[in-house]
Design a protein around this ligand. Sequence first.
Ligand code: NAD
Length: 271
Amino acid sequence: MPDREGRFAGKVAVVTGGGSGIGAATALRLSREGADVVVADIDGEAAAKVAGELPGPAAAVAADVSTVAGVDAYIRTALDRFGRIDLHHLNAGLLGTMAPLPDVEPADFDHVIAVNLRGVFLGLRAAFRRYREQESGGAVVVTASISSLRGAADQLPYQTSKHGVLGLVHGAAMYGAPRGIRVNAVAPGLIPTGIFAASGLADRAATLSRRGRTVPMRRVGTVDEIAGVVAFLFSDDASYVTGEVVSADGGAFMVNTVVRSGGSGAWTPED
Ligand code: NAD
């Protein structure tokens, strides 16, 4: 393969949850910009399909991010195939139960925390061990959420896990800063992806599009709009950015719910 060009030429990236949605879009973006990419997903077939369609060198691995064995598997795949790792996008996640608080089963709570929070902890730990081993700096981007910053009544385990990842980002960024390791998060708003497939929403596409109209930009986002922020955070343009949580939500986070002119989720399509 000839030398590749782009912001990430010569870099090796791992993307967890890369088999679909935001992770697949990031894998494509990083590959187009020159990175060698490892696509990790619990759904090995989906990971292989994404990796097979990337324009540059790529590998796929079936890995459950909530387990030490799964994290070892994606690190080993990257090292066996490419010899090092420079960029980790810790993105795998699921929505989980949307039951109201009195009805949340402990096992359902534990499952969401295991994937969305423990998975990020294990991924950060592995990334930091790798950078130490390589005696290199590096970068990590975690996919947080508007649910890291706001509350909702029907996403208790999910928003607990997403609030928790900010603690990991801040702690890791503090530890990494003097070592040349940057750790940031992207906080997407509403992005139609497979994550809503298990949510039981009737007429999912129409419901998401209607919700999108309550956003200041009056629309949902796209996976490419998140991948662009992730790529920025990985790039040298963000060389002085660490511990930051970048919202990519069409302005949803800034809504002032107590005044109508501030939003109140009260837009009509004509507004
Ligand atoms: P998605 O369902 O399309 O992609 C998530 C991927 O993670 C899937 O391919 C899935 O197989 C994989 N995955 C799930 N559990 C896993 C595990 N244990 N180990 C490895 N892989 C696993 O959804 P998405 O919207 O692209 O989600 C990506 C990230 O974005 C998640 O962390 C999610 O919480 C976050 N996010 C999404 C939105 C949104 O509106 N879509 C908003 C905010 C944050």
